[in-house]
Design a protein around this ligand. Sequence first.
Ligand code: PAD
Ligand code: ZN
Length: 364
Amino acid sequence: MKAAVLYEANQPLVLEDIELDPPKAGEVHVKIGAAGICRSDLHVMKGEANHLLPAVLGHEGSGTVLDVGPGVSRVRPGDRVILSFVPYCGHCHFCLTGRANLCDLHGATPGTLFDKTTRLHKGAQRIHHYGKVACFAQEAVVPETGCIPVAKDFPLPQAALIGCCVTTGVGAAMFNAKITPGSTVAVVGCGGVGLNVVQGARLLNAGKVIAVDINEGKLEFAMGFGATHTVNPTLRDPVAAIKELTGGLGADYTFEVFGSSETLLTAYNAARKGGTVVVVGLAPVGDNAAIDPVALVRQEKTLKGCYYGSSRPALDMPVMVQLYQAGKLDIDGLITRTYRLDQINQAYRDIDGGEAGRGVITQF
Ligand code: PAD
Ligand code: ZN
């Protein structure tokens, strides 16, 4: 099958034929239907995040089940599925306490399936699976718990986006911050994930939603997803601007959704005393942000990380499906660019090109 393989950081993905072994026990063989262009893959491509290479990237995916390995009971051939980049073991402390997005076995098996082997290889060379999804390919073998079934007529691109940016962004607002009605919110970084924090805040009836981005077009686009105000940090100090828009207090909730110490500090400093700062973006490895410990105490801010929207993917992705079907989440409007798999390097050049919304590979 054809796949886009990353052999080395800062080199283009290589589109080539590689082998995919059949699913083992508890695994599912999926024909990929759509794959979103998320910045997390770009962090690996740029060497900003560590990952075992070579690897097939792509973690925002959906598809149709082709066949299943022994013991699989949740899906059958022909089923349409959202792919979760945190499949869960169901046995560790975190799975048992309702935090399957933090599954220990998943964390302990990076780049492989749960049994620490790969189904992907090229001849004798092992190729790793990013997020146990690896959907920048025509097909994938994934753990059964990484498959969230949707109706057979549910659109595949929208399903793929629920697999990462929708659940990550809306979940950050809904499950992590638990935004309360009428509150003030600032979202630093309004790309695919940030737009979903913005529309999550709208869904939760936030009073003011301040979109912060260095790109004017992206700020304007965010207004269509529920932003009530915009701030461009290239034109003025974003912390001062957010304070001004919140009666001098700072926002009740701030979100970092780009991935850098600089934007983290913007979010941190723009939160009011007692406010909540939610960090979603993945800063480059080795990056550090200086937080004044005394100010943390005296201002009683809460600084939280948020992985996969603090969601329980198998339970919460169907909620995103319902909210979309009820017209409460706009996923159609997020999809502004579609590509063929062989255009993947262009798709990643475009993510920094300034066009708003999400790109999706729809032809394999
Ligand atoms: P994206 O590239 O679509 O959006 C990033 C946005 O940030 C763009 O609109 C940029 O213009 C904007 N931006 C850049 N610099 C600044 C700045 N200084 N101030 C304000 N805005 C700025 O990326 P994405 O939405 O796909 O991903 C965003 C981050 O979230 C990224 O780090 C990704 O790896 C991370 C992520 N985290 C999770 C998780 O589970 N925590 C899941 C998925 C993605
Ligand atoms: Zn993602």
